[in-house]
Design a protein around this ligand. Structure first.
Ligand SMILES: [Fe+2]
Ligand SMILES: [Fe+2]
Length: 437
């Protein structure tokens, strides 16, 4: 380390002045500040004012011997290097000074000049190392303490930040759920408006969306895929909006060639209407292919088998099922509809989906069976309570579907119903199942 260091202080103690003088002379050219004292008491006084690197004391002195002085010096300045200066005859007392006074060694009188200079230099260097070592140890302790403090502060900051983030995430999650819910409600409202044009197919879009997402769930598709299939199911016939009313009121089996040509445009129109919106791009593709047949005889692109997106194959089979069971003209039983679809598996539908369709249809039938201890009641909106199950589709006075049959009422949909009955009142009350008392 290249740090500018102050000169070290060296202290010699002897009751004989000529010895002190010669020692002072000897160290005149050395890089130390040399101090002398003629007694232990004087030396201790000096030590109150100055820090000494090396202290060399004569052993044999009146009043306070060298070892007595060094013992006191050790207490005052424990880091200094202490030595005792003695004649040959005093070896035993010198050993005492080493043991009691913590002297690092003893020097003999008379001394060899070069030897004593070398010893003092050596001791001064050792003192420097000791002081530096002490400084570094203290610095390490201080830095460790600071590190510990920083680490605690950092830990606290990270904890606080994590709490803030998870709170923010929760808020975002809730906002996202609300937006998804609103989007779902907008889509349903929109398709309900569309279905007003085709009175024979009330609730068709919602039925197809429900059955399609049910089948997708049974297959084991992930939530994102199920959601896209549900949206596509809800909007699959949105392209029919461009079909003239005269065609809409007919059954597709009665179409002329030109009318069929017009009708076959609706999947492409549906895709084109939604493709501009990023969120709808994937559902829009499923809509384009919802009339493709497994053997390639469908439209608009005459795709075959696996070429048809899975979501489109699901919507196609659910669409057929709902038309067979729920359209006013056909109105088949669930069993007959399933039998008809089974017959057309290699022509129109994906045979792998049939079992899931049948399972879903049977579950719906079971769910619709009215438990024996329930009775159907017609209630005013103000008398509805959460937990009641709707027994007939609820529509506004002008025919918009508000809530589907089998929906369990909660505070939110009861509130919507009450508002709607105020704006566009239906001619009847709300039909619900309630437990027989
Ligand atoms: Fe369609
Ligand atoms: Fe349809």
């Amino acid at each position: 380390m290249d740090r500018a260091q102050p000169k070290l202080n060296i202290l010699f103690i002897d009751d004989e002045q000529h010895i002190l003088s010669s020692l002072k002379r000897l160290f005149m050219d050395e890089p130390y500040d040399v101090y002398t004292a003629s007694s232990g008491a004087d030396a201790l006084e000096l030590m109150k004012k100055l820090q000494f690197a090396v202290i060399v004391s004569d052993q044999r002195m009146p009043v306070m011997s060298g070892s007595e002085f060094l013992e006191k010096a050790k207490i005052m300045q424990p880091e200094s290097l202490r030595m005792v200066l003695t004649g040959y005859a005093d070896i035993n007392t010198a050993m005492n000074a080493i043991n009691i006074g913590g002297a690092s060694r003893y020097l003999t009188k008379p001394w060899n000049d070069n030897e004593i200079i070398m010893i003092i230099r050596d001791a001064a260097e050792k003192y420097n190392l000791l002081v530096e070592n002490k400084r570094l140890t203290e610095l390490t302790i201080k830095q460790n303490e600071e590190l510990r403090k920083w680490s605690t502060e950092l830990e606290f900051y990270v904890q606080q930040h994590t709490i803030d983030l998870s709170k923010r995430n929760k808020e975002l999650d809730e906002l996202n759920k609300k937006m998804q819910q609103t989007l779902g409600q907008i889509i349903v409202s929109f398709t309900t408006l569309m279905e007003l044009r085709d009175k024979s197919m009330h609730s068709h879009a919602s039925n197809v969306a429900l059955m399609s997402s049910d089948i997708a769930g049974k297959i084991g598709l992930n939530d994102d895929a199920i959601k896209k299939i549900s949206i596509a199911g809800q909007l699959h016939d949105i392209g029919k909006i461009g079909i003239p009313d005269l065609i809409m009121i007919k059954n597709p089996e009665q179409y002329t060639i030109d009318e069929m040509h017009e009708y076959k445009k609706h999947p492409i129109r549906g895709q084109a209407a939604l493709d501009a919106i990023d969120f709808f791009r994937e559902p829009a593709l499923l809509i384009r292919h919802h009339h493709e047949h497994i053997n390639g005889s469908g439209f608009p692109d005459m795709l075959k088998g696996d070429q048809i997106p899975l979501g489109s194959r699901i919507i196609c089979i659910a669409d057929a099922m709902d038309r067979l069971v729920n359209s006013h003209e056909i109105s088949m039983s669930v069993e007959d509809a399933l039998a008809k679809i089974k017959n057309e598996l290699t022509i129109k539908y994906d045979a792998n989906l049939y079992a899931y369709l049948a399972e879903s249809a049977c579950e719906r039938l079971k769910a619709s069976a009215l438990p024996k201890d329930n009775i159907e009641l017609e209630l005013k909106p103000k008398d509805l309570v959460p937990g009641m199950t709707v027994s007939k589709d609820i529509r506004t006075g002008t025919g918009l579907l508000l809530i589907k049959k089998y929906t369990v009422l909660n505070n939110q949909n009861i509130e919507t119903l009450r508002r709607s009955y105020h704006i566009d009142p239906a001619s009847t009350g709300v039909f619900v199942w309630a437990k027989r008392k």
